[in-house]
Design a protein around this ligand. Structure first.
Ligand SMILES: Cc1cc2nc3c(=O)[nH]c(=O)nc-3n(C[C@H](O)[C@H](O)[C@H](O)COP(=O)(O)O)c2cc1C
Length: 329
């Protein structure tokens, strides 16, 4: 039995202690619903719900759809209810729709809020006003302390090898430093693609794993077939760490950089002032042609349903746990 008494309710009772992380462009309601039905927290960035000027907010439509689908599932499957969902807010000054998105999330009582690129008291207050919890995304201990000071309930520790805007620290070092002072919920990320890695994250002191890249190679993901195939065909050495594409250091597939006519082993650095999450940003083009991925994708052997990844990781997690437990019995 997992001791989950210290965790907020929204993070208890998952099939395995795992959050499917938000993926820009890729995480759409179909994927989130599949992840939640499979028993892990599914998530998406609010910014993925893009609508034209004057249209009804697509975020509102998506949240209604996700809640209705999960309610239907729970009524039909009371013994295996869906896990809760999470919405990711990019808390960067260039995100001009943040305030509107917060209002929509409060209206829908979003249970888990994942915040990235800036910790802000008012975002945490908005989440708490509707009974939600906030997990803030950090890459080092200093940012972790700041996030908790500003009212985050828990942390997502983004260690080396994670997809997208990854940190550079070893997960062992980062988890240890955080656990020296923080006993609240921590999800650990960075190349967790197997049940064995998830168990290792738990052994290091993380309450949950946080996994993104494997879900790119799924039927439900909003990604080009060539992107999904490249995830299947690539391994850790096919990943390049660069600040060029968004102004923030992150991990990308070398194959996509080459396809865009650049040499992945000789990329220039970018200026952080180029970061832009406004509606006028050109970066989606970068994310559309330069494909993000963490180093853990060697474990991904085919494109298939998201639920199959959860099934595989659950089986591996249980087997690895039993094997290690035998050592201590
Ligand atoms: C293609 C891609 C897009 C991402 N987009 C976002 C995003 O919009 N917001 C966010 O907080 N994190 C984003 N991330 C980071 C992930 O949420 C997560 O930290 C990371 O995927 C975990 O590492 P893993 O891919 O090795 O599992 C993205 C990652 C990838 C690979």
């Amino acid at each position: 039995m997992r001791d989950e008494s210290h965790l907020p309710k929204a993070l208890q009772g998952l099939r395995i202690p795992l959050i499917a992380s938000p993926l820009f462009i890729i995480s759409v309601p179909e994927l989130v619903i599949a992840q939640c039905k499979a028993g892990i927290v599914g998530s998406f960035p609010a910014l993925n719900a893009r609508e034209g000027e004057g249209e009804h907010p697509l975020l509102d439509t998506w949240l209604t759809q996700i809640k209705e689908e999960l309610d239907r599932h729970n009524q039909a499957n009371p013994d295996t209810p869906a896990a809760p969902y999470a919405v990711n807010q990019i808390v960067h000054r260039s995100n001009g729709r943040l305030e509107r998105d917060l209002e929509i999330c409060v209206k829908h009582d979003v249970p888990i809020w994942i915040t990235s690129l800036g910790a802000r008291v008012e975002v945490n207050e908005a989440a708490h006003s509707c009974g939600g919890i906030v997990l803030h995304d950090i890459i080092n201990n200093r940012f972790a302390q700041k996030a908790v000071e500003k009212g985050a309930d828990g942390l997502v520790a983004v260690a080396a090898g994670a997809g997208g805007h990854a940190g550079q620290q070893s997960p062992f070092a980062l988890m240890h430093e955080i656990r020296e002072w923080f006993d609240g919920p921590v999800a650990l990320s960075g190349s967790i693609a197997t049940g064995e890695s998830l168990l290792a994250a738990r052994a290091m002191g993380a309450d949950l794993g946080y996994t993104g890249s494997p879900f790119i190679a799924t039927d439900e993901a909003n990604a080009d077939q060539a992107y999904k195939d490249m995830i299947v065909e690539s391994g850790a050495e096919d990943i390049v760490y660069s600040s060029l594409f968004t102004g923030v250091w992150g991990n990308y597939l070398k194959g996509s950089v080459e396809a865009a006519g650049m040499d992945p082993d000789n990329l220039p650095m970018a200026d952080a002032s180029t970061m832009n999450f406004g509606s006028d940003r050109e970066k989606p083009k970068a994310w559309k042609t330069i494909w993000g991925s963490g180093q853990g994708i060697g474990a991904i052997k085919s494109v298939g349903p998201a639920g199959a990844i959860v099934d595989r990781m659950a089986a591996e997690y249980a087997a690895a746990g039993k094997k290690l437990a035998a050592e201590f019995s």
